[in-house]
Ligand binder design. Structure first.
Ligand SMILES: Nc1ncnc2c1ncn2[C@@H]1O[C@H](COP(=O)(O)OP(=O)(O)O)[C@@H](O)[C@H]1O
Ligand SMILES: O=C(CO)[C@@H](O)[C@H](O)[C@H](O)[C@H](O)COP(=O)(O)O
Length: 478
C-alpha cells in the first residue's frame, strides 16, 4: 500500500458508532497505522413505529445514529481528514430501513463543513427485533439460500410490515441497511447498492448466483422494487457528492460491508486465526478454505452459519444474539432497581464496579444461561439461573456467572474441538464489550485453550478503512 494514503473507516454498530483514520505504513509489520479513532454511543433505541410489533419490536432512530456519526467525524483531526482518499462503511447487519428516492437527506452547511441530515426516512428495524414469531416465519415461503430466515432479518421484517402495516411501506420506495443508507447519502445514489455480505443477512438471497430469490418473493407478493442492487464488497459504490467534514468532494466510497466481516478483515492475520467478537452481539468466526460452498438447503437448527466474506469465500460463524447486550440488560436492571429504591447511579459506575467485583471472584457455582433473546437456532431457549445458593449472590458471583454464561453459550454453539479440527491455532478477540471487560477475557481463555490476543480497538471501522486502502493499492498496481 502506497505510503501516506489515508482512508476513513466507519462502523455503525447497534450500541455505538465508531470511526477510524488509517494510513498505509509499508514499514510497519501490519502495513498500516491508526492515525485517530473515535466512538460515540448512539442511544438510538426508540419505540417501534407499529404498535403491532409488540414488546419484541426493536427499532432505532436513524437521526440519532447520524448524530453520533457526525460527532465522531467532528472529533477527528481536520488536517488528516483533508488527506482522506477513500471511505469504507460497515455496520450492524440484518436490519432494514426505508427512505424516499432523492429525499433521504438534506445537506446543510452546518458549522464548519457540510453535513447531511436524514429527511424522509423510516426508523431502523434492527437485527434484535423479535416481531416475527416462529409461526409467522413458518408461513413464509422457503428461501433458495443456504441461510435460514430469522426474525430481525430484513426480508422477514418487510414480509411482516406487508401483512401488519402495509401503509408504512407505501411512503418509501427504497430500502437498505443503515450503512447502505449512509453510503447512498454520501454519494447521492438514487438507488442504494448492497454487498452480498448484507444481502445474505436479509434472507432470500442466493450467494452462489449472487441474486435475490425474485421469483419466490414476487409469488408471495413481496415488494421486490425495494430490494437494493447487488455489488461486490470492496468495490466503489460512488464518490462523495460534496465535501464532508473537510473530506474532499469526489472521494471514493466503498459498497457497505457487514460489521462482522469488517472486524474479521482487521483482526484475522492468517487463515488459522479464529476471531471472537463481543459487541452488542457475539460471534465466533473461522475462515473456510477457498472453494468451500455451504449446503444449499438451510438448517435452522444449526448453531453455525456460513456468511459471505470476500472473493466468494465464506466464514463459519457461531452468531449468538446474546453478547454485550446481556450485560447491558443486567446493568440497566440494576440501575432501575436502585432508582426504584431512591438511589441514582451512573451506568458506567455499575459496569466498572461489577467487573471489578467479578475480577475478585475467580470462580462461582452459580450458573447462568444468558439467552434473554433466545438464539436463532433455539428461539424458545430463554435465560435461566441455576445452582443458586445464599453464598453465591454477591455482585461478583453474579457478574462472573453472567460473563461465564455468555462465553459457555457461545462455546456450546462452536466448541474449541471443532476449531481445532478446522486447523485454528489462535483466537483474536475484538469488540469493545470484550476489550473493556477483563472478566470476559478470563472466561474466553478458560473456554478456548488457544493463545488469545486482541485486535484493534474500533476493529470493524479499521477493517472498513483497510478494505479501501487495499483497493487504492490494487488500483495503483494495475
Ligand atoms: N462502561 C462500560 N464498560 C464495559 N462494557 C461496556 C461499557 N459500556 C458498554 N459496554 C458494553 O459494550 C457493549 C457495546 O459494545 P459496542 O462495541 O459499542 O457494540 P456495537 O459494535 O454492537 O455497537 C454493550 O452491549 C455493553 O455490554
Ligand atoms: O448476527 C450476526 C450474524 O448473523 C452478527 O454477525 C451480526 O453481524 C451482528 O449481530 C449485527 O451485525 C450486529 O452487530 P453488533 O452491532 O453487535 O456489532
Amino acid at each position: 500500500m502506497a505510503a501516506g494514503s489515508v482512508t476513513l473507516g466507519i462502523d455503525l454498530g447497534t450500541t455505538s458508532v465508531k470511526v477510524a483514520l488509517v494510513e498505509a505504513a509499508p514499514g510497519d509489520p501490519s502495513g498500516f497505522v491508526v492515525l485517530a479513532s473515535c466512538a460515540r454511543a448512539a442511544r438510538a433505541e426508540v419505540a417501534a413505529q407499529s404498535a403491532a410489533a409488540g414488546p419484541q419490536g426493536q427499532e432505532q432512530d436513524v437521526r440519532r445514529i447520524i448524530q453520533a456519526l457526525n460527532e465522531c467525524l467532528a472529533a477527528l483531526p481536520r488536517q488528516q481528514l483533508r488527506k482522506v482518499c477513500g471511505i469504507g462503511v460497515s455496520g450492524q447487519m440484518h436490519g432494514v430501513m426505508f427512505w424516499k428516492t432523492g429525499q433521504g437527506c438534506e445537506w446543510t452547511e452546518g458549522g464548519a463543513a457540510p453535513v447531511f441530515e436524514p429527511r424522509a426516512v423510516s426508523q431502523l428495524v434492527t437485527w434484535q427485533d423479535g416481531r416475527c414469531s416462529s409461526k409467522f416465519l413458518a408461513s413464509l415461503p422457503q428461501p433458495e439460500s443456504h441461510l435460514s430466515v430469522a426474525t430481525g432479518f430484513g426480508c422477514a421484517t418487510i414480509f411482516w410490515l406487508l401483512k401488519n402495516s402495509p401503509e408504512s411501506l407505501k411512503s418509501y420506495d427504497v430500502a437498505g441497511t443503515i450503512h447502505d443508507y449512509v453510503v447512498a447519502m454520501l454519494c447521492g445514489l438514487t438507488r442504494p447498492l448492497m454487498s452480498d455480505q448484507n444481502a445474505a443477512s436479509w434472507g432470500y438471497f442466493n450467494t452462489r448466483s449472487q441474486s435475490w430469490n425474485l421469483e419466490i418473493l414476487r409469488a408471495a407478493g413481496f415488494p421486490v422494487h425495494l430490494l437494493p442492487d447487488i455489488a461486490e464488497p470492496g468495490s466503489m459504490a460512488g464518490r462523495t457528492s460534496c465535501a464532508w467534514f473537510e473530506i474532499p468532494k469526489g472521494t471514493p466510497v466503498g459498497v457497505a460491508l457487514g460489521d462482522l466481516q469488517a472486524s474479521v478483515y482487521s483482526c484475522m492475520a492468517q487463515r488459522t486465526d479464529a476471531v471472537l467478537n463481543i459487541s452488542t452481539s457475539v460471534q465466533l468466526v473461522a475462515s473456510m478454505p477457498s472453494g468451500f460452498q455451504p449446503a444449499q438447503t438451510p438448517d435452522p437448527t444449526a448453531p453455525v452459519a456460513y456468511f459471505p466474506y470476500f472473493h466468494r469465500t465464506y466464514l463459519a460463524v457461531a452468531a449468538s444474539l446474546n453478547g454485550g447486550n446481556v450485560l447491558a440488560t443486567f446493568v440497566h436492571m440494576l440501575v432501575q432497581w436502585m432508582a426504584d429504591l431512591g438511589l441514582e447511579v451512573e451506568e458506567s459506575t455499575v459496569y466498572s464496579r461489577m467487573i471489578q467485583a467479578a475480577a475478585q471472584q475467580r470462580d462461582t457455582c452459580l450458573t447462568i444461561t444468558p439467552t434473554v433473546l433466545g438464539e436463532r437456532h433455539l428461539p424458545d431457549q430463554l435465560a435461566s439461573v441455576t445452582r443458586i445458593s445464599s453464598s453465591d449472590l454477591s455482585l461478583g458471583h453474579v457478574t462472573r456467572a453472567l460473563c461465564r454464561g455468555i462465553i459457555q453459550n457461545l462455546h456450546s454453539m462452536l466448541p474449541f474441538q471443532q476449531l481445532r479440527e478446522w486447523g485454528v491455532e489462535r483466537v483474536i478477540g475484538s469488540g469493545s464489550a470484550l476489550s473493556r471487560n477483563e472478566v470476559l477475557k478470563q472466561e474466553v481463555q478458560r473456554a478456548f485453550p488457544f493463545p488469545v490476543s486482541y485486535g484493534q480497538d474500533v476493529d470493524a471501522a479499521v477493517g472498513a478503512a483497510l478494505v479501501m486502502l487495499q483497493r487504492n493499492f490494487n488500483q495503483q498496481e494495475s
